[in-house]
Design a binder for this molecule. Structure first.
Ligand code: NDP
Length: 282
């Protein structure tokens, strides 16, 4: 039976260390300040905002939420970003996704000062990520690498298959894993014969958002299976992986909940603290 990769445990450990770093900053008069812009009333976003706030409070980071109406204009959003960019007290800025349709998201993301871009979504930070000289890492990808490192699971030469090509999960994870000398394939909804790829994966990462999609048949024996998906099914939160069946075949796998989710929130706070340190030359 596959060993669980306990994301919750690691997130708690890292939170403890992060609190110590924040305490040191505070002793020097620096309090990390993180601003989240939420446009509209997406119900999942409200849950994610609360989760982030709890974590920020626990660590000692100031989190401010800028709640904008569903019909917010592009001009007003850009004006807010300009104000936050210029505010010396602000260390990190992110736009909570999804944003309403009238918002030109790429234009808004481009407006964020790269030095305050906690999600690593500005064009220059995305470019740096692929170039390998980045100073901020997208939270989910950062959390996945932290988990593999914690369990001393080496990426070098490993055949990695990532399902999902979003700019917040699949693409940045591919960039970081490539940097660690893995051989990476990115699959998506138009991929033909998905099983031909997944069955060869030493490390299979699913970020499709499709409950139960990863059956045991799709998994190579003794693979490492990372389940990023968060889905609601029969009133429960489940991942993309058919957990009980895949556990019989995989060597390691992450649970949902308690896997990548808690690490993502913790990793986001790490990015805020890193940017704060960088801004203050610490
Ligand atoms: P997106 O919807 O932006 O991307 C989903 C990706 O999966 C797309 O690239 C899509 O392909 C691909 N995909 C969907 N269905 C299939 C399929 N049947 N076969 C192959 N590929 C498929 O989602 P996100 O990247 O934002 O999130 C993905 C999942 O991860 C969601 O469940 C989300 O809730 C969760 N998530 C979890 C986090 C955590 O902390 N654990 C953090 C962030 C997200 P195509 O591009 O062709 O449409």
């Amino acid at each position: 039976m596959g060993q669980l990769l306990d994301g919750q445990l690691l997130a708690d450990l890292r939170t403890g260390k992060l609190k110590e770093s924040v305490n040191k900053l505070k002793a020097g008069g620096i309090i990390p300040c993180f601003c989240v812009i939420n446009i509209g009333n997406d119900p999942s976003s409200q849950i994610y905002l609360k989760t982030k706030k709890r974590k920020a409070d626990e660590i000692g980071i100031v989190q401010k939420v800028y709640q904008l109406p569903e019909n917010e204009t592009q001009a007003d959003l850009l004006a807010l970003i300009d104000r936050l960019n210029a505010d010396q007290k602000v260390d990190g800025i992110m736009i909570q996704l999804p944003a309403p349709k009238q918002i030109n998201l790429n234009q808004a993301l481009e407006r964020i000062d790269p030095e305050k871009d906690v999600d690593c979504l500005t064009p220059s930070n995305v470019g740096r990520l692929w170039r390998g000289d980045h100073f901020v890492e997208p939270a989910t990808a950062h959390g996945i690498l932290a988990l593999l490192d914690h369990y001393q699971l080496n990426l070098q030469g490993q055949n990695v298959v990532i399902i999902g090509r979003s700019s917040i999960v699949g693409k940045p994870l591919a960039a970081l894993m490539l940097e660690r000398d893995a051989t990476v394939s990115i699959l998506h909804a138009k991929t033909q014969n998905l099983a031909a790829y997944t069955k060869r994966a030493d490390i299979l990462v699913s970020a499709a958002g499709q409950a139960g999609m990863i059956t045991a048949k799709l998994v190579k024996k003794d693979a490492i299976v990372i389940d990023v998906g968060i889905n609601r099914q029969n009133g429960k939160t489940v991942g993309d992986v058919d957990f009980d069946a895949v556990r019989q075949k995989a060597k390691y796998l992450t649970p949902v909940p308690g896997g990548i989710g808690p690490l993502t929130v913790e990793s986001l706070m790490e990015q805020v603290v890193n940017l704060t340190r960088r801004k203050n030359g610490r």
